[in-house]
Ligand binder design. Structure first.
Ligand code: KG4
Ligand code: ZN
Length: 333
């Protein structure tokens, strides 16, 4: 009898179709198909996203199986992102997983997308020690999560309006950059002066965040400057990107540091798409070095949406006997 745990995981919550294979806690493959179709619209178009998932899902799953040298008949379970996310996108991955669960007579494991971003820290070694405080920053969420075990996560702070990724993407749009603008801001910021422009952020109660004021402050500033000099954005693109990035990263880390100090937590990390940001990664490490804390930064490919994080979350659930049901519906949030 083969006693290895072999999980196929699928992630399709937004605009990336991803499939991964995990064997006994190790990721053997993690295939991702992105969707360039949204670039010209300045954001993800839900209808186009679900259509592209339909097109990508079978080849992506096949590629993940081939890469790992595993056949569907070898699988112990099938995991998928149960939400939150775009409904049409979630339905493609969810229905595929349920179909495979019926066909192969294997258990189904539904995974919460945001929990999975935190669980990405448990793919590689060293794994975080508990209590672990993780700043989860993506295109749809901004949360400070306290984790006391893989089964115990508590949101101790969250955004009241836009997510950090949205703040990057909307700022980029104001500078005329295509979607998703976060990685482009990161790139241009490398040649810019982060002190050149100052933008305001709002202090929120507790460990909450708010990004809507920042967006307005950038909008008004850019409009005013452009009215005096129509070339303002082109001439100052690198400095604008560096200053916007500096504002967002400092704001995020200030809150993380305050929460860690208040709760007495010395193991801190970042997760989600925005944790791919080079400045955020560097600054988290130097914060930890200064305080003699331990920083955990996921490998680049495990920051943005990926099925490896769904697979590792499912592995812990599998060991706990936590399985899903064929009639379960997507998590709304
Ligand atoms: O986690 P993710 O891939 O998808 C969601 O669950 O939303 O996060 C996507 C977000 C986008 O807003 C994107 O602009 C941002 O992550 N992002 C970045 C960088 N790479 C991705 N933001 C800033 N700097 C980056 N290098
Ligand atoms: Zn995500």
């Amino acid at each position: 009898m083969n006693s290895q745990v072999k999980i196929l995981a699928i992630e399709s919550s937004c605009d990336d179709t991803s499939a991964a294979i995990l064997v006994d806690g190790k990721i053997l493959s993690n295939e991702v198909a992105g969707q360039e179709v949204h670039e010209r619209y300045g954001g993800v178009v839900p209808e186009l996203a679900s259509r592209a998932h339909q097109q990508h899902i079978v080849p992506v799953v096949q590629a993940a199986l081939n890469q790992a040298g595993i056949g569907v008949e070898d699988l112990s379970a099938i995991a998928y992102t149960q939400g939150p996310g775009l409904m049409g996108s979630l339905l493609v991955g969810g229905s595929f997983a349920k179909g495979l669960s019926i066909a192969q007579k294997i258990p189904l494991i539904g995974v919460h997308h945001m929990d999975a971003h935190v669980m990405a820290h448990f793919i590689d070694d060293p794994k975080p020690e508990f209590p672990f405080l993780c700043l989860v920053v993506s295109g749809g969420h901004t949360q400070l999560v306290r984790m006391d075990s893989p089964a115990s996560m508590e949101i101790i702070g969250a955004t009241r309006d836009d997510a950090a990724g949205e703040a990057f993407d909307k700022s980029a749009k104001l500078l005329g950059l295509p979607y998703p603008g976060g990685p482009l801001i990161d790139r241009y910021a490398k040649d810019g002066n982060p002190e050149k422009f100052q933008f305001s952020t709002s202090r929120m109660p507790g460990f909450d965040f708010s990004f809507s004021g920042l967006k307005t402050s950038i909008l008004y500033f850019v409009q005013e400057q452009q009215s005096k000099n129509p070339q303002f954005v082109e001439e100052n693109r690198n400095d604008l990107c560096a200053s916007i990035q500096e504002t967002i990263v400092s704001y995020l880390l200030k809150n993380l540091e305050a929460a860690a100090l208040t709760l007495g937590i010395q193991h801190i990390g970042i997760a989600g798409g925005v944790s791919a940001n080079s400045q955020l990664r560097e600054r988290l490490q130097s914060l930890a070095d200064t305080k003699r804390w331990k920083a955990y930064i996921p490998r680049f490919e495990y920051c943005t949406d990926n099925a490896a994080m769904i697979a590792i979350s499912a592995y812990y659930k599998f060991k706990n006997g936590e399985f899903g049901k064929l009639d379960e519906k997507p998590f709304a949030r």
